[in-house]
Design a protein. Structure first.
Length: 220
């Protein structure tokens, strides 16, 4: 019975992916020219929209400061000023500072060196950094370091729960395990799937849902 349930879930998740991909097309996530820029973006995007993050990163680039050593050597006030468009800039400057210290102390400021680390160890280390939770840690691991972990966000959880594919009280780890156990552990697949959930959440599965025309209508 358990094996059949797993097979059914694999088919449903595969069908959903195919429908979303056909509807929205490839999303080319995560925006960023380097792994370091992607990691910075993952931290800055907490509690704000991506447009604001782009403005903050643009400020950093204009200041020729988008590298680990320069940002790590910057004062809190200086960093906060650059990332002001991202909102909660004092809190985010502090969080970014914690990440930069972590990167310097554990990996000599090198994302390449960080990428050599095992994904499970990386996740454990990232979660120990103040201000980095599971979603941010997994976004860095998947998008910046190209390791196959599925990112669970509010969009993903909302879609799965509304279509009664997961229990109402399912937590982050439980939801993530569904994808890890049901689908191939593939970076490109996880990257695209998460981005497609975001598209669905923005256009249809909003807090107040727009169900008419939703590509997943048949799963309701």
């Amino acid at each position: 019975m358990a094996k059949r349930k797993q097979t059914d879930r694999r088919k449903v998740l595969t069908d959903i992916y195919n429908i979303l991909y056909k509807t929205f097309g490839p999303q080319h996530w995560w925006p960023g020219d380097t792994p370091f820029e992607i990691a910075v973006g993952a931290i800055l995007t907490q509690n704000t929209n991506w447009g604001n993050v782009e403005k903050a990163i643009s400020n950093i680039k204009k200041d020729h400061a988008l590298n680990a050593k320069t940002l790590h050597g910057m004062s809190h006030a200086g960093l906060a000023s650059l990332i002001r468009p991202a909102g909660y800039f004092n809190i985010k400057a502090e969080r970014l500072g914690h990440f930069l210290s972590f990167l310097a102390n554990h990996y000599k400021g090198s994302m390449k060196q960080m990428k050599r680390e095992d994904a499970d160890i990386l996740r454990e280390h990232l979660l120990s950094v103040k201000g980095i939770g599971p979603e941010t840690a997994d976004s860095i691991i998947l998008y910046a370091l190209e390791k196959p972990v599925f990112v669970i966000d509010a969009y993903t959880k909302r879609v799965l729960q509304r279509h009664k594919l997961v229990p109402e009280k399912a937590g982050y780890h439980e939801l993530q395990e569904i994808f890890h156990k049901s689908l191939p552990l593939d970076v490109e697949l996880f990257n695209e799937y998460h981005a497609l959930f975001v598209m669905l959440g923005k256009h249809y599965c909003k807090p107040k849902p727009r169900c008419e025309g939703c590509p997943l209508e048949k799963f309701s």
